[in-house]
Design a binder for this molecule. Structure first.
Ligand code: SF4
Length: 280
């Protein structure tokens, strides 16, 4: 089956990906949040946010033939860039999706998602909000302030919609000492998804341009002691394990389930993306 704007998630079937079969849908192309560590910058002119032509008609056409009901929105952009407040493109997509029997997993770094609570509460969905810091993260120059994201996650939870904290990525020397505080500030959530920072040449260059003091440390950690898996550099396995252990301990303290994204370690049931909260 061929699709247009809805695409199979991870068509390359990476052995590190433990996600269930799902589709991926990006209402926008590119992303204006400007995260310097972003993994999606293989997309040309990525930080330039664009609309898609005839998106609503194309979406509806795809939805009519969808083979698997699980859709993740979005994986290589954010469905709630700041212009969504004026354009309402994602909201229009939700209005269309509501007419189909789909299960929707929203992944965003924006509090604008809370605007759509009325629609989301009528759908089978879970909302995952990425929060990587307590104070503004210098590597996320244009993303909404962390406290706004925490507030939105709380509203999602209070509306009875499964709420997921995406503590991702954990960035050595930047936010690894904030793990406990971030989890405490979101201890009401239903699930936590976490992952350590993976680097590519372009993201390494962007990160050290913003935080030059990390250059030597990252060269040693990632390029000398770490390992290259596919196109990304990972921290050494023992470092990743020790960082993720902190998340596990805190999740256990609050009785929250957790999953790791592309780490190659076991997770404690549930799922690596939170989809177990909607696939029942
Ligand atoms: S919000 Fe996500 S897609 Fe957008 S720049 Fe940040 S990491 Fe990339």
């Amino acid at each position: 089956m061929t699709y247009d704007v809805i695409r199979p998630f991870d068509p390359w079937k990476s052995e590190l990906c433990t996600c269930p079969d799902k589709f991926s849908f990006n209402p926008y192309t590119g992303c204006s949040h400007g995260c310097l560590y972003c993994y999606a910058t293989y997309i040309p002119r990525f930080y330039w946010l664009r609309e898609k032509k005839n998106l609503l008609r194309r979406l509806e056409k795809d939805l009519k033939k969808l083979e698997s009901p699980l859709i993740s929105m979005s994986n290589s952009s954010d469905p709630y860039p700041s212009v969504e407040k004026q354009y309402g493109i994602t909201r229009k997509c939700l209005e269309i999706m509501k007419g189909y029997r789909i299960k929707l997993l929203i992944v965003t770094k924006s509090d604008i998602v809370a605007r759509d609570l009325n629609l989301l509460s009528e759908m089978q969905c879970a909302v995952s909000i990425s929060i990587t810091s307590i104070q503004k993260n210098p590597l996320e120059p244009s993303a909404p302030e962390p406290e706004r994201r925490v507030g939105a996650l709380r509203k999602i939870y209070d509306a009875g919609i499964p709420a997921i904290l995406r503590l991702d990525p954990i960035i050595p020397y930047v936010n690894e000492n904030s793990i406990e505080d971030i989890i405490e500030s979101c201890s009401f959530v239903d699930h936590i998804v976490t992952s350590t920072l993976k680097l590519r040449k372009d993201s390494f260059n962007r990160v050290i341009r913003r935080l030059p003091e990390l250059e030597g440390r990252y060269k040693k950690l990632y390029f000398e002691c770490g390992e290259k898996i596919h196109n990304s550099w990972y921290l050494p396995a023992e470092s990743r394990e020790s960082i993720l252990k902190k998340v596990v301990e805190k999740c256990r303290e609050f009785g929250i389930s957790y999953g790791f994204c592309r780490e190659g370690f076991e997770f404690n049931g549930g799922s690596c993306d939170g989809s177990h909260l909607i696939i029942k």
